[in-house]
Design a protein around this ligand. Structure first.
Ligand code: ATP
Length: 401
């Protein structure tokens, strides 16, 4: 939980949630704690169980087992199932779901009137909410006569108006164009900070998750893979799925050969005979033991090509690699290299004085010990690198999208 936010006693707790459709399991053993005023995002590929989890919290889908509490009150357990309208939770959907026959103001007033707020007070509150989302001047307009982005802001104002304990947002920006999506991200985050509402957000867009959230929950195939703040997820992924789903990553298997006070050394023969990489220890405690089977992770943007940048290669890890493809994007090259049995993605930044190399050129690549991270290998029982090769023995270094 984010320390700046409220205690989890006031927030949402999901324990051992299993849910599915008929005999098909969609969500397995999901455990979550969201503190008051926290913004937490479920991130994962299509079909990984994000919406099912959200719908269980909302009361729109009945779990197979588990327990859900909000502000200490039990919403679901095998013995309890509070109906959706009594859960003090509002939802914002991808499809906006504004009522077409009502004005913008009436849309926002709807929930307040349902809660028996006197009409004049509801009108004032709804107008305040519209002002908050920048739609004050559109109060009298029919909600469907607004643009997509404006309709989504009406939905947001409506969800916030009753000051629920929790707002659930299911891909609320997916129907908007890229520019508006970027602006709305920022607006939703600012409004959430200003109002202090607790948000559980769902997206498959990693940049949305990283830019908006206090913490991100990465899911795959119905199972939570890792929970962490955006920085930790990107820089300390705990398995290959997280490393490659959150950003792009080169993942290379190795064995710890030596452990020093500030760094440890990993043999990565897959990158070429005798290749070793030094990895800086982030903290004294954070270190594998000699002989451990680990995966070394480095991002394309962490690799340097010393001969093109004039960087000194002393003090860094270097290995030889052959250029397989190179795309010039102005500010950098998107390249693929072959090193030993691996294909590596590299974002090369070069200056105006250095012409790019020919395809097929042999170059030295550099990654500093500080820019390498690692996790214990899931296939540690297997003979070293083979789990990263396909049936034909081709290199299949794991890369993100
Ligand atoms: P997306 O990003 O595509 O919305 P998601 O991560 O939200 O995906 P869910 O919608 O929770 O995933 O679906 C999880 C699994 O449950 C998927 O395998 C999906 O096919 C299945 N599923 C979802 N809804 C139903 C349904 N009504 N009936 C049967 N299976 C369903």
């Amino acid at each position: 939980m984010n320390e700046v936010n409220g205690s989890v006693d006031d927030g949402l707790v999901v324990k051992g949630l299993f849910a599915g459709y008929g005999r098909a399991r969609a969500v397995s053993d999901v455990n979550l704690e969201i503190g008051r005023s926290e913004f937490v995002t479920l991130l994962g590929p299509s079909g990984c169980g994000k919406t099912t989890t959200l719908r269980c919290v909302a009361g729109l889908h009945v779990p197979q087992s588990g327990e859900i509490t909000l502000g200490g009150a039990r919403l679901y357990s095998p013995a309890v199932n509070i109906p959706p309208h009594k859960r003090d939770i509002n939802m914002v959907f991808q499809s906006y779901a504004v009522w077409p026959h009502m004005t913008t103001l009436e849309n926002v007033m709807y929930g307040l009137k349902a809660k028996k707020m006197p009409r004049a007070q509801a009108r004032t509150k709804a107008q305040q909410m519209l002002d908050l989302v920048g739609l004050g001047e559109f109060a009298g307009r029919h909600a469907t006569d607004l643009s997509g982005g404006q309709q989504q802001r009406v939905a947001l104002a409506r969800a916030l108006a009753t000051e629920p304990s929790l707002v659930l947002m299911d891909e609320p920006l997916s129907n908007l164009d890229a520019q508006l999506r970027a602006r709305m991200r920022d607006e939703i985050r600012q409004i959430q900070r200003r109002t202090g509402i607790t948000v559980l957000y769902v997206t498959h867009d990693q940049s949305e998750a990283l830019s908006m959230s206090d913490r991100v929950v990465v899911m795959n195939q119905g199972v939570i893979q890792q929970v962490g703040d955006p920085w930790a997820l990107y820089h300390r992924p705990e398995n290959a799925f997280v490393a490659t789903f959150v950003g792009e990553a080169n993942v290379v298997p190795g064995t710890v050969a030596d452990v020093g006070a500030h760094a440890f050394t990993v043999e990565v023969t897959g990158l070429g005979p005798g290749t070793v990489l030094d990895i800086a220890r982030a903290t004294a405690a954070d270190c594998p033991a000699k002989g451990d089977a680990i995966s070394v992770v480095f991002r394309p943007e962490w690799v340097r090509v010393p001969e093109e940048t004039g960087t000194a290669s002393s003090g860094g890890n270097t290995f030889r690699a052959r250029l397989v493809s190179s795309e010039f994007l102005g500010d950098h090259f998107e390249r693929t290299y072959e090193a030993g049995r691996h294909r590596l993605r590299v974002q090369a930044v070069t200056g105006p004085t250095s012409r790019p190399p020919e395809i097929g050129a042999e170059q030295t690549l550099l990654v500093t010990p500080e820019n390498l991270t690692w996790f214990h290998r899931e296939d540690a029982g297997d003979p070293a690198p083979s789990a990263h090769e396909d049936a034909a023995g081709e290199p299949t270094t794991v890369l993100g999208s």
